[in-house]
Design a protein around this ligand. Structure first.
Ligand code: C2O
Ligand code: CU
Length: 531
């Protein structure tokens, strides 16, 4: 495997990208003189509390949500969105917004092509929207950014009366939304993969996710079962988020209006993105996990608002990191990496062999894109070898390669900073998000090539359908681009091309930057699929 420069772009790709796109590095730079390090576009917010010792808190896995009922057609789940008190830093109480009052929310496990119906009740003081990230979902259950679930408590009504119910949604904003409740229908007719669900309200996704509205949702299938991958206690979900805390223990976030109903956006220093100074894994700061001397399957999700991660193990296990899957499920064949880069919203399905260490060895998961404490993620303490006979299969799945020569349309989108209502913000092709503008109208059943051009780091995500990365600059796909992706990590002054096969459902969907501050400050647009 070719090793990609730790700091992102190699000089050669960088120059290639600049020449190919004609972007000068000068554009926009004066706005963002102190970008917290070169590896993420964002600024770090300092906590006002003493931070815990690293690797002292036990690693936790969020509870799995059992269906409330199940019938021939579907499994039915109930989730209540509510404020709750959590103990994230030891001895400190923190108010969070959580799915069922916990952060991360409960994990849902679904089978491919078996419908899951998730009914959300909104007991929060603001409207919410739930999006299943990576789900191939009909438009009316996709969590369109203004398809609100209003609070159950009607006394908040005056504050959000200005939000017209389901603007631009036609008939789709129906159902029992007005009761503070909504059922999302997920057919999940898609490959096994790690999905995640999170808030997606227009203009307020960043602060809502930061407060805790995020959880994991796995899709399983027979193809994956047949591989007999490590499972049960040997399969660990690893949701990584960075957060900062105020002196009173509350989560710190630089909203212009902390009520999250008035003016959207963050204070000017944080327009590039909000980076925390506490690394959480499944909601625990720098945890420590005990593992057997065996092969583990780690399902890693970068759920940070803006922080990019570059993970590796120290000491390095035998065979380093074996990647078996990505955002959209299994790769065709395993890939070996010494380290792995993840932009916000990206997932990696990794195998790690802890039997290569002597019992008692401490193995640290590092983040080479972070400094100081933020260069550390968690620690594994290896127990006895258990005589695990697991061998990584040579063939994992079949991926049909999309042929760009057959593309029905090629489109180009520019992701750049600019003014949004006289403030600094983020634009696609010079325009801020509007629910009424349709930027692309792909025909279902066709393949399109999208050329994506960035000024700074922009992790670009498409709803509905996954894609394949065709190129970066004048080169091919990067080391972490294999398989079906739903989010591509665009680096400064980079241009990439992706191939997308649009299929599944007709309707209006969004694509956007998954740096959540960029998304809230308007770097989002609509595509509308049709037959
Ligand atoms: Cu994970 Cu539209 O987002
Ligand atoms: Cu962005």
């Amino acid at each position: 495997m070719t090793r990609v420069s730790r700091r992102g772009l190699t000089r050669r790709t960088f120059i290639g990208a600049s020449l190919a796109t004609g972007i000068g590095l000068g554009i926009g730079i004066p706005l963002f003189r102190d970008l917290g390090g070169s590896s993420s576009t964002g600024n770090q917010l300092r906590s006002e509390l003493p931070l815990p010792q690293l690797f002292t808190q036990p690693f936790r896995v969020p509870p799995v949500l059992e269906p409330s009922r199940t019938d021939a057609d579907a499994d039915y789940y109930d989730i209540t969105q509510t404020a709750a008190t959590a103990s994230i830093l030891p001895g400190v109480k923190t108010t969070i917004w959580g799915y069922n009052g916990i952060f991360p929310g409960p994990t849902i496990n679904s089978r491919r092509a078996r419908t899951s119906v998730v009914t959300h009740t909104n007991n929060l003081p603001v409207p919410t929207v739930v999006h299943l990230h990576g789900g191939r979902t009909p438009h009316d259950s996709d969590g369109y950014p203004i398809d609100y679930v209003f609070p159950t408590d009607r006394s908040y009504l005056n504050e959000y009366l200005h939000l017209s119910h389901g603007v631009g949604m036609g008939d789709s904003a129906t159902g029992d939304t007005s009761e503070g409740r909504r059922s999302y229908h997920y057919p999940l007719d898609q490959r096994a993969a790690m999905l995640w669900y999170h808030d997606h309200r227009m203009d307020f996704t960043g602060p809502s996710v930061w407060r805790g509205l995020a959880g994991m949702h796995f899709v399983r299938d027979e193809e994956e079962d047949a591989l007999r991958l490590p499972s049960g206690a040997r399969e660990l979900p690893i949701m990584i988020t960075d957060r900062s805390f105020n002196s009173d223990g509350s989560l710190s976030y630089p909203s212009i209006d902390g009520s999250l109903v008035g003016k959207a956006g963050v204070t000017s220093a944080f327009v590039p993105g909000v980076l925390g100074d506490v690394m959480l894994v499944n909601g625990t700061p720098w945890p420590r996990a005990r593992v057997d001397g065996a092969v583990y399957r780690l399902r890693v999700l970068n759920a940070c608002n803006a922080r990019r991660l570059d993970v590796r193990f120290d000491p390095q296990p035998e065979g380093a990191i074996t990647q078996i899957g990505t955002d959209g499920g299994l790769l065709a064949a395993p890939l070996s990496h010494e380290h792995f880069e993840l932009a916000p919203a990206q997932r990696a399905d990794l195998l790690v062999d802890f039997s290569s260490f002597r019992p008692g060895t401490s193995v640290t998961l590092l983040n080479d894109f972070g400094d100081g404490n933020m260069s550390q993620v968690m620690r594994f303490v290896v127990g006895d070898a258990v005589g695990d006979a697991f061998k990584t299969p040579d063939v994992l799945s079949t991926i049909d390669t999309l042929n760009p020569a057959r593309a029905a349309v090629t489109r180009t989108f520019r992701f750049e900073s600019g003014d949004v209502e006289h403030m600094k913000g983020w634009l696609i092709d010079g325009k801020p998000f509007s629910p009424d503008d349709i930027t692309a109208a792909p025909k279902l059943g066709t393949v399109e090539v999208w050329r994506l051009v960035a000024d700074f780091h922009h992790p670009i995500h498409l709803h509905l359908n996954p894609f394949q990365v065709l190129s970066r600059g004048i080169g091919g796909p990067g080391a972490f681009d294999a398989g079906w992706k739903d989010t591509i990590d665009l680096r400064p002054a980079e241009e990439a091309a992706i191939a997308v096969r649009f299929d599944g459902y007709a309707g209006k969907y969004v694509f956007h930057c998954h740096n959540l501050e960029h998304e809230d400050m308007a770097m989002m647009a609509n595509f509308s699929t049709h037959h």
